[in-house]
Design a protein around this ligand. Structure first.
Ligand code: CA
Length: 442
């Protein structure tokens, strides 16, 4: 678990305390979250892409957006919007340079302090919360499939929490064109606490638990408690929280811990770059945060090798979706072709005729003599009056084996010649004569 340090700096009438903490969680070996906190900038980026590069995506975006941590000139929302676009362009650039990371993406939630209020930029399903006077409210809107269902009144927020597709994200930074963030100003009051967190926290504990923990005596304790509660709740995913507290510039309470006034960077963006892996399961990579690996709550044996549920998050994203749809279309096309070809083949078989026996008589069959499993390709078309026994042995065997015909007319001609033969052999003496064409007829 990363350490958290608070700090403060004068910003006129108000100033901001900050804390940031991350934990890889109980089921992951790589932290794909990145968090940043300073006295004027708060950023949360939850990378995704399984083994592909979720940590790379969140790091790249983090490293662009945290350049905003400088004296602000102009409108905070313009600054944020510009940073989001640059971050998205950076993702596009990285993906262009390395096709193995195509599909990586990241959420981004950022608060930029302008001295009196926060500008908020948000895309994805990370969360922003405000705790004011003991009441918790969410200041961000999830860009998720289930949230869209809630917005449409089709499911309740409670149902959304347990919905099978609750992890599907509709909008994140992917280095593509349609990645506009939500941009809002957030008015503040002294005493407000703001929490930015990844879904590894908000999926593990409910709002009431977040409210309680965020309200603890100081934000360092709150950060630790939030992460611990998410771990206790399952710790299925990387857990990151970034906390801002708005206090009066002359607030008498001392800042705690090793407040050195330096910004805090936690998670993927704070780690050494790790060797890329082609392991699609997302696990097994090196690079567990050294700060986190000494957490006694996370034994190596607890890391599970089950399929990475994070992969599910990609379903709604366009590149994946179109790949998936394309695959389905190909499959359908193949099935359709097989169906059409099968239909044509069957149609062809039903224009074929042959001569064979049916109940001891010579008959014309429609179809072909071969069958395919589950499908008979022949049926009796017409039965003649010719008794099989009236034919000489050789011809009888031919009929039993089936006599190929080019068409119905040809089949009927065969039947006619067999009838003539049977007629000629109707004389018992002819049938009995050794070497005659009627040998074996009776
Ligand atoms: Ca996550």
């Amino acid at each position: 678990m990363a350490s958290s340090t608070p700090s403060s700096a004068p910003t006129g009438a108000l100033r901001i305390r900050y804390a940031a903490l991350t934990d890889v969680g109980r089921r992951r070996t790589v932290n794909q979250d990145s968090g940043y906190a300073s006295d004027r900038l708060f950023i949360l980026a939850d990378g995704m892409g399984g083994a592909a590069a979720g940590d790379l995506a969140s790091s790249e975006v983090m490293n662009i957006v945290r350049r905003l941590d400088a004296p602000l000139e102009g409108d905070p929302l313009e600054a944020l919007a510009g940073a989001v676009h640059r971050a998205n362009d950076r993702l596009a650039e990285v993906i262009e340079g390395d096709s193995t990371v195509e599909g990586m993406g990241t959420t981004l939630t950022a608060l930029l302090w302008d001295g009196q209020a926060f500008g908020l930029a948000h895309i994805g399903d990370s969360r922003g919360y405000r705790l004011r006077d003991g009441d918790l409210s969410q200041i961000t809107h999830d860009h998720t499939f289930v949230q869209s269902l809630v917005d449409e009144g089709r499911i309740s927020p409670d149902e959304a929490r347990t919905h099978p597709h609750r992890s599907l994200i509709l909008r994140v930074l992917l280095g593509a064109d349609d990645n506009e963030p939500d941009l809002d100003m957030v008015e503040v009051q002294p005493g407000d606490r703001y929490l930015l967190c990844s879904d590894g926290l908000s999926d593990m504990i409910d709002d009431e638990s977040i409210r309680e923990a965020l309200g603890l005596e100081n934000i360092d304790i709150a950060a630790v408690e939030l992460v611990n509660r998410a771990l206790a709740g399952g710790g299925h995913d990387n857990i990151t929280c970034v906390i801002a507290e708005v206090v009066a510039a002359d607030d008498p309470q001392e800042d705690l811990a090793a407040a050195d006034g330096e910004p805090m960077l936690v998670g993927a963006a704070s780690e050494q770059s790790r060797p890329r892996t082609t392991n699609a399961a997302g696990g097994g990579a090196s690079g567990v945060n050294a700060e986190e690996s000494d957490d006694p709550g996370i034994a190596d044996g607890e890391v599970e090798s089950e399929p990475d549920p994070e992969h599910l998050r990609y379903a709604p994203r366009e590149p994946r979706r179109f790949r998936w749809i394309k695959g389905l279309m190909i499959l359908l096309a193949v099935l359709l072709l097989l169906g059409v070809a099968g239909g044509l083949s069957y149609s062809w078989t039903q224009n074929q005729y042959f001569v064979a026996s049916s109940d001891g008589k010579v008959a014309v069959y429609q179809g072909v003599q071969a069958d395919v499993p589950g499908l008979s390709l022949r049926s009796v078309y017409e039965v003649s009056d010719i008794e099989l026994d009236a034919l000489p042995t050789f011809r009888r065997e031919q009929v039993v084996a089936g006599i190929e015909s080019s068409d119905l007319q040809d089949a009927r001609a065969s039947v006619s010649s067999l009838r003539e033969l049977a007629g000629r052999c109707a004389d018992p003496k002819a049938a009995a004569r050794p070497g005659s064409e009627c040998e074996g007829a009776s």
